[in-house]
Write a protein that binds this ligand. Sequence first.
Ligand code: HEC
Length: 123
Amino acid sequence: MKHFYTGLFAVLAIGLLGASSLTPPDPSELMKKKTEHAQSILKALALADLPLVKKEAEAIEKLTVEAGFANTSEKYADYGREFLRIVRELIKEAENKNMAGSYYQFTRMTSVCFSCHEHLRTK
Ligand code: HEC
């Protein structure tokens, strides 16, 4: 299990590094909040605190829905929808007290953080 957590931390750390090299000068409040909630989920998973995982995932869902993807490119909107779908899977797994499922959806969620940032960077 120790390696698993190390891996998860690495995944999140890489994501944050990747995000920090994006160009926009003004820090996005939304993304900052998203990052805080994602970090909190990582910690909650490590502590097997699934009610907290659910709560934090719901916060991310809300932020994402509020942000919307209407005025963005098709590909960007695809990532947004994919992200939201996975966040909802994570909420469901946490609700069902499924640790393995929650780990899995969390890693999928973070991988979409990177995909979307990567897409923006290469555009
Ligand atoms: C659908 C696309 C998309 C997804 C998914 C996404 N982001 Fe972002 N992210 C962006 C965009 C666009 C920016 C740059 C513009 C901005 O800051 O609003 C950004 C910027 C960031 C930044 C830098 C903000 C700053 O201070 O300038 C961080 C940190 C970040 N994202 C974290 C995350 C994390 C963590 C996740 C996953 C939990 C995530 N993002 C998921 C689109 C996305």
